[in-house]
Structure formats: structure tokens, C-alpha cells
Design a protein around this ligand. Sequence first.
Ligand code: ATP
Ligand code: MG
Ligand code: MG
Ligand code: MG
Length: 439
Amino acid sequence: MRLSRFFLPILKENPKEAEIVSHRLMLRAGMIKQQSQGIYTWLPLGKRVLDKVNAIIREEQNRSGAVELLMPTLQSAELWQESGRYDAYGKEMLRIKDRQERPMLYGPTNEEMITDVFRSYVKSYKDLPLNLYHIQLKFRDEIRPRFGTMRSREFLMKDAYSFDLSREGAEHAYNRMFAAYLRTFARMGLRAIPMRADTGPIGGNLSHEFIILADTGESEVFCHKDFLGFDVPAEDTDFEDVAGLKAIFDKWTSRYAATSEMHDAPAFEAIPEGERLSARGIEVGHIFYFGTKYSEVMGARVQGPDGKEHAVHMGSYGIGPTRLVPAIIEASHDENGIIWPKAIAPFEAIVINMKSGDAACDAACEKIYAALQKAGIDVLYDDKDERAGAKFATADLIGAPVQVIAGPRGVANGEVEIKDRKTGERETLTIEAAINRLT
Ligand code: ATP
Ligand code: MG
Ligand code: MG
Ligand code: MG
């Protein structure tokens, strides 16, 4: 991508409304624009990151055996009347009427709708286990939307729903998601800690929130320091291996970890003081097992091997991609801007032409830009007619992990500089060597 052809509306000033660093940087770097309270446009730079986050989520969901579909954002109130949640959900639910005065709502979550999909087609235990997911916008009329897309009213959620014949089957489904979540967050450069959690309006009795430790987090959390060193499940994890997945679950729940709602102070204080972590955290994912809560009332039953009808055991599993983006920035930035982990960087590298219009600089940059593109690297070429200082500031702000800097003096010797955004280390290399290094 050539910056002269891209749409990158950088803000020079610090936006006053932004209270936390990720919100400030997302606005300044031209990633998002607020359209009305808690409702955002994802501008091209932000969209690129969001797409990469979603791609990782998708890969790990698919790896674990979940199957993607896409449900609508608008739902009929009838479904929610069936489950009994239409009245219970309260003001967070945006209720709408269509032209026939039929009550509709903008889905805050999809347990009812997926249960309806399931009951329409699945009649036998032979079609289980099943886990269906989608990545779709949700709306919750949050009382206090804030921190940009960290807590917005319209936001993206990956929500998966599992269906099993028995509690044991459902526990395995839960463990699959548990392991998939650990992998998902780790691939984004995050250490997420599963914490015992309240099940809230979803209901049920087994639940974990996945929490990223961050000073700006809205949750108060308590856990054992050992979590910082636990190994994340490997890429070749066998998601069919019931005992293997149980072992992962057991390991990652073997130490104390709870949010304030579930906090057990005496149990926490029994841990030696030096091993305790009392911190703030961001909830980036949440998984629930809720048994037959929806399947009973909504008639999602299958015929079992015994020939009888059984209400299916269900779980639901959410991740917030539009919250993850700021969470990653909270975890990875410095005073100059964002430092993207390579896996989700909007551009893996930026080529900075210090003197656009200079024939030698232009030729060197074009050559590097073409070579990186050819190698399949997401590269941004700053070909704009701007002073070098402004280009450096932009490059640091938008946080591409690698910068290739070409100026007239170096290029005269056939050389460019490579700068590592994270460490700030610079190295002078020949153009060929720089290309070899990056491809
Ligand atoms: P919170 O406690 O932050 O209000 P929640 O517990 O209500 O979140 P869940 O119903 O568990 O949220 O939804 C699953 C995931 O969706 C959350 O873990 C979070 O990552 C994301 N999410 C929920 N609400 C929002 C929001 N208002 N803005 C952005 N992401 C959200
Ligand atoms: Mg909430
Ligand atoms: Mg919560
Ligand atoms: Mg939650």
C-alpha cells in the first residue's frame, strides 16, 4: 500500500475526550472515528488490525472444531419471550419496532437465536457434538460507554455455542474452547488469565472470564503469579483428546484466580504474599456452561441412544475483537505510539522515503517496496511529499514492527537503515541485505 493512496487521517493534537492511552492512540493513528456515543467507524488502518484479530480467532475456533455461520443483528422479540429473557434483559437491550409494529431487537447476544437454529434441524444425538459460532455486531445500550471501542454500545463479538447430549460432553466442549482461547490470546501477544466468574444474565454454573492484566482495566482481579509462567497449549493440541484437554483445563485452573464478584478473600490470603497478584484487568473473553437452561424452555431436544428425548446441554463462548484491539495497545505502546505484535500489525513493515522526489531515493524505495510485496509482506510505503521528521512520527505512531528508512546519503552508498519499532535499534544495511533480512 502506498501511503499517498491510503486513507490515514492522523490527528496532530491529543483528543481531549480520550481518557486512556489506547483510545488516544486509536484516534490519533486514524484507526477509529466515533459516529455517535459508543458507535464507531473502523477506518482503514483500524480495519486492517481488526481483520487480523478476527482471522486469528477464526483459525483457532476452526482448529478446535467449531463451525462458522452468520446470524443477523436484528432479532424478533418472540424468541426472547420464549426464553423469558425479553423482560429480564433490561435497558441494555435496544428494542425496535418494524413498520408492522412487530417488536424487534438488536441482538446483545445470540443464545436464543442459535437455539432456534439448532432445534430446527438437529433431532438426533448422532449429530452431536456441535459447536456453531459467528463473528457479528452486537448492541448493548451500555450505561457508560467509554474508552473508545473498549466499551462501546455497538461492538463485534465472536460468539460460539456448543450442543452436547450430556454434561460430560458439554464439559469437553467447554475445555475445547478454554484451550482455544488460551491459544487465541497468546497469538496476539497477550497473556490472558482464566478467572472464575459470575455467570450473570446468561445463567449457569461453570464460567471463566479471560482477563488481560492492565492498569486501565475496569475489573478488579486477584490471582496467583504462577499464571504468568504457564505454557499455552501448542499448535498441535488434539482437540478430540478428552483427557488431554481436561489436563490443560486442570492446569490453568489449579491456582487461585477470580474477579472481584467471585473473590474469596480468605482463600486468596492463604497464598504467600509474594505469590499474590492483585491487579486490574480487561475482560476479553468469557465462557459459560449453562446446561439445559435454554434447551428446556425452547424445546431443543434430540433423541438419545436410549430412544428418549433429551434437552441438549449447552455452553456459550464470547470474545470481543473490538475490545481486543485497544487491549493489545494498552499492553504494547510507548510514548511515540503503538507497537504492534507482528501477527496483528496493520502493516508488518513501513518503507520511509526521506526525500520523495529524489530519483535515487525513489528508486531504492520502489525496489524494496516491490520486493517486500512480492514476498507477501503487508508493507506500507510512505511515498508522500512530507518532511522526514513527520514521516518518522507517523511511522512510530502507527506502529509497524519494522521500519526501512531510505535517505539520500545512505542511498548514495547503496544503503538503507532498518529500525525495530519495539527496541528502537537501528542497523545500516545494503539494499539487497535489507530485502534479504525482511523476506
Ligand atoms: P463487561 O463485563 O465488560 O460488560 P460482559 O461480561 O457484559 O462484559 P459478555 O456478555 O461476557 O460481556 O460478552 C463476551 C465478550 O464480549 C466480553 O468478554 C467482551 O470481550 C466483549 N464485550 C462485552 N461488552 C462489550 C462492550 N460493551 N464493548 C466491547 N466489547 C464488549
Ligand atoms: Mg456487560
Ligand atoms: Mg463481564
Ligand atoms: Mg462477561
